[in-house]
Design a protein around this ligand. Structure first.
Ligand code: ADP
Length: 474
């Protein structure tokens, strides 16, 4: 059966942690053993040689070899020393005959081994015999004149070292197993602590992906996973609000298109039902139908512009454009509209300011603002457009002396289809999409837009556009 992802992750984490802690432990204990072994051997050989020399000195200074009266004390001394060193002590005369043996087995026998011969020649020796596993250390015993009187031989069963080392590695083994178990438990607990919230995250993401946009991740941790969970919640909130604004948008579109369609239906039916309608009535009704069709066309054109702006793949056709020239062009086309209402339309732009922008889209965005200003300013009012800049940004302001926008409504006017209470019923021919188009366009240019207004005393829209795309500060 295939393992679930979190079980695979758990095993991966487990092996990783385990390898990281367990492998060094094993390497450490193995090298430790060899190092200790070498150290103990070296130390023992040197120590034994030192003890042999020291004992030879004691025998010499106590005259143990020359004074037969001291033989009992000598023998006791040797036994004591033998126990202390855990070594067999053999003393030989200058003819290699054993005078004393703490094991009592070799007494009076002749013992000819290289260490003894070396010692009788006056040079102390120490050897580890691989065959017996014992260390032999010897030293010559001389008299006051430096004449060799005999030799001393210490035999140390170095097996003891191995026994000690064996017991040590036994301890090591237990310690290693013990530590490994502790590590395994810790690793299991930690990996669960990582995996549980992760699997909860994955569950929630799965539900969100399946369309349950109200699902939220419930993670209290303040760690990385908590941060991730938080980010996912923010994303889910965005998705949910996108979703609801999309349904709202669709219902708005349907509603906006339904109104002209119903009027067309009523108008055409009333003509159809009258058998003998006068020609003027036909004309009047057809004119009304025509203007409803114009309204629908406007809405659909605006919607198409918005869809293009939303579809980021179509992107911006960026070119260096001269904002002053662009504004002069817009003013020319809108001037007739202002003239009809006897509105004073002015442009204040004394510098050529070049920015990188999509001229067609930006032109439409700014036209919308000036068009609104003319639309929502009563006859004989003033609409003033200004162009300014600082090091990084260009600023276009559109100010009017019109009906203004109340503070509560200001945040909503950039929403699609939103129209303020004051203008909703008026026959201004608006679609409620103009500011949404302007807003999206300005955002696409990495700029910003704000509105300053007081109900009844005009409005000012200020657009900020970075001069170089992609280089403005966050
Ligand atoms: P519309 O097509 O209705 O003008 P917009 O999206 O351009 O749609 O504007 C949304 C609403 O914002 C308008 O209906 C109007 O109520 C308000 N508005 C926009 N510009 C102004 C302005 N200069 N003065 C007063 N109200 C404005």
């Amino acid at each position: 059966m295939e393992l679930k992802w979190y079980n695979r992750l758990r095993w991966k984490l487990f092996f990783l942690y385990f390898a990281i802690s367990f492998v060094p432990l094993v390497i450490f204990s193995l090298t430790m053993n060899t190092v200790l072994e070498n150290y103990f051997e070296a130390r023992n050989e040197q120590n034994l040689l030192y003890q042999a020399n020291k004992l030879a000195g004691t025998i010499k200074s106590n005259n143990y070899l020359t004074d037969p009266a001291l033989s009992v004390k000598f023998s006791n001394d040797l036994d004591e020393k033998s126990t202390e060193l855990s070594a067999r002590i053999i003393v030989l005369d200058k003819d290699s005959v054993v005078i004393a043996d703490t094991n009592r087995s070799e007494t009076d026998k002749i013992l000819i081994i290289p260490e003894v011969l070396d010692a009788l020649q006056g040079s102390a020796a120490v050897n580890l015999r691989e065959d017996t596993g014992k260390i032999y250390a010897s030293a010559g015993i001389d008299d006051q004149d430096g004449q060799i009187l005999g030799a001393i031989l210490l035999v140390y069963g170095s097996n003891e070292i191995y026994e000690m080392l064996a017991s040590l590695s036994h301890d090591w083994l237990f310690l290693t197993i013990f530590i490994s178990i502790i590590i395994a438990v810790i690793v299991y607990i930690t990996s669960s602590r990582i995996i549980k919230p992760l699997s909860r995250l994955v569950d929630s993401i799965g539900k969100i992906a399946d369309g349950d946009l109200r699902e939220r991740v419930d993670i209290k941790n303040k760690n990385e996973i908590g941060v991730l969970g938080n980010a996912i919640n923010i994303m889910a909130e965005k998705l949910e609000s996108e979703d609801s604004s999309r349904s709202e948008f669709v219902s708005n579109v349907s509603h906006e298109l339904k109104t002209p369609l119903s009027s067309i239906k009523v108008l055409s039916e009333s003509i159809l039902l009258q058998d003998t309608a006068p020609e003027e009535m036909y004309k009047e009704f057809l004119q009304d139908i025509n203007s409803e069709i114009d309204r629908m066309t406007n809405i659909i054109n605006d919607l198409l512009s918005l869809v293009k702006l939303d579809n980021r793949e179509s992107g911006l056709n960026l070119k260096e454009i001269n904002l002053r020239k662009m504004l002069i062009g817009i003013m020319k086309t809108l001037y007739p509209l202002a003239k009809v209402k006897d509105i004073e339309l002015t442009l204040e732009a004394d510098k050529d300011i070049a920015i990188e922008a999509d001229e067609t889209k930006l032109s439409l965005a700014i036209s919308n603002l000036i068009d609104n200003a003319i639309k929502y300013t009563p006859a004989e009012g003033v609409v003033k457009v200004t162009l300014e800049n600082d090091h990084q940004n260009a600023f276009i302001s559109v100010m009017d002396t019109g009906i203004g926008i109340s503070e509560e409504e200001q945040p909503k006017i950039f929403n699609r289809f939103y129209r303020t209470d004051k203008t909703r019923d008026r026959e201004t021919g608006g679609t409620g999409l103009g500011l949404a188009i302007t807003h999206s366009t300005v955002l696409l240019h990495s700029g910003s837009i704000k509105v300053l207004s007081k109900e009844g005393s005009g409005a000012a829209f200020i657009v900020r556009l970075p001069i170089k795309q992609g280089k403005e500060e966050k």
